[in-house]
Ligand binder design. Structure first.
Ligand code: AHR
Length: 326
């Protein structure tokens, strides 16, 4: 029998899980049918189109594959993600998957999952840990390559300019894998070329509103910005508005390279307000379900699975816009 405190904790955790699931429009907890795989998924909880498409892709793929999905949304809180994972452990799900809001600080809860023999698949974002046995596989975008692509485009665009070329960076959630790795990739792509100077790097939290606010501040303190490297489209689109409000022409007076390739980003690229986009593909649901089924059946899976992505320029973007549903 559970001791009173443990029992209360147990009830609280289950209640949290139920609340988390019912927070989501699609979520309902149904008992698993015989032989059905149950997965617990903890989503970061941003309210962007990219994240909504990511959520939809996972939920649709689970439905198609007849996987029972317990889905919770963490409102950008690592603490909430940890308690979601704890509740998945208590509910004895078959596989846990989550998109970690930040890189560090997961070891304790993943040790608990390992002790309960529940495999963990990292989705979209990776973690930093000394012990790679704490997760079975990691599925997501190559954030370093995305940063490199943006830098290579920048170098090429300004190859004939005498320099210096002044770059400002709008970066994502502090401590998150994409923010850390896209910056590292961008620096790697610039490859020590002293013509390119990152004159400011500020977080805008992957948000359009923050991108606009931070860019407006940057424009007030620097009148010599040549390029914005925005670590996602939303921040880049916020920067477009701020640049226009400052009386300059985005894409011409100030060039913009971004990452994601959501519909609004592709439209801005087509209109010449953004100049380059490296794709970060949110539609990972089918690949995630394949991995989960293999893990469930005991089939060895790769430690790392990259999502398929491409890059977009003004010259190739128009053919993709109509098909982009997010
Ligand atoms: O982890 C993926 C990144 O997170 C996407 O680029 C971004 O839009 C989201 O905020």
């Amino acid at each position: 029998m559970l001791k009173p405190i443990a029992a209360a904790l147990h009830i609280m955790l289950i209640a949290t899980a139920l609340t988390a699931c019912t927070n989501n429009s699609d979520a309902e907890i149904q008992p698993a049918r015989k032989g059905q795989i149950t997965i617990g998924f903890s989503q970061i909880g941003e309210s962007s189109r990219w994240r909504a498409a990511n959520t939809r892709s996972i939920q649709d793929a689970a439905r198609i594959q007849n996987v029972r999905l317990i889905f919770s949304v963490a409102g950008l809180s690592q603490q909430k993600q940890i308690s979601d994972i704890q509740s998945f452990i208590l509910q004895k799900v078959d596989v846990i998957a989550f998109s970690p809001v930040v890189e560090a600080g997961w070891d304790d809860v993943l040790r608990a999952a390992k002790a309960a023999k529940i495999p963990v698949i990292l989705t979209d974002r990776a973690i930093r840990t000394e012990d790679p046995s704490l997760f079975t596989s990691s599925l997501g975008s190559d954030f370093i390559s995305e940063g490199i692509s943006a830098a290579v485009w920048t170098k090429n665009e300004f190859r004939k300019a005498p320099g210096p070329v002044n770059v400002v960076e709008l970066s994502g959630t502090p401590g998150s894998a994409p923010a850390i790795q896209r910056r590292a990739g961008f620096l790697e792509g610039i490859d020590g070329d002293t013509k390119f100077k990152i004159i400011s790097s500020r977080t805008a939290n992957f948000s359009r509103a923050d991108g606009k606010r931070v860019m407006a501040e940057l424009l007030r303190s620097h009148d010599d910005i040549d390029v914005v490297f925005a670590q996602n489209d939303d921040m880049g689109l916020g920067a477009v508005t701020a640049i226009e409000e400052a009386g300059k022409r985005p894409g011409k007076d100030i060039k913009i390279a971004t990452i994601d390739a959501i519909h609004d980003g592709l439209v801005a690229l087509s209109n010449g307000k953004i100049n380059f986009i490296a794709e970060c593909n949110p539609l990972v649901g089918p690949q995630l379900m394949e991995l989960i089924q293999d893990v469930f059946l005991g089939i060895p899976v790769p430690k790392r699975v990259d999502t398929r992505e491409t890059v977009f320029f003004r010259e190739n973007v128009d053919q993709y816009i109509n098909d982009r549903k997010y």
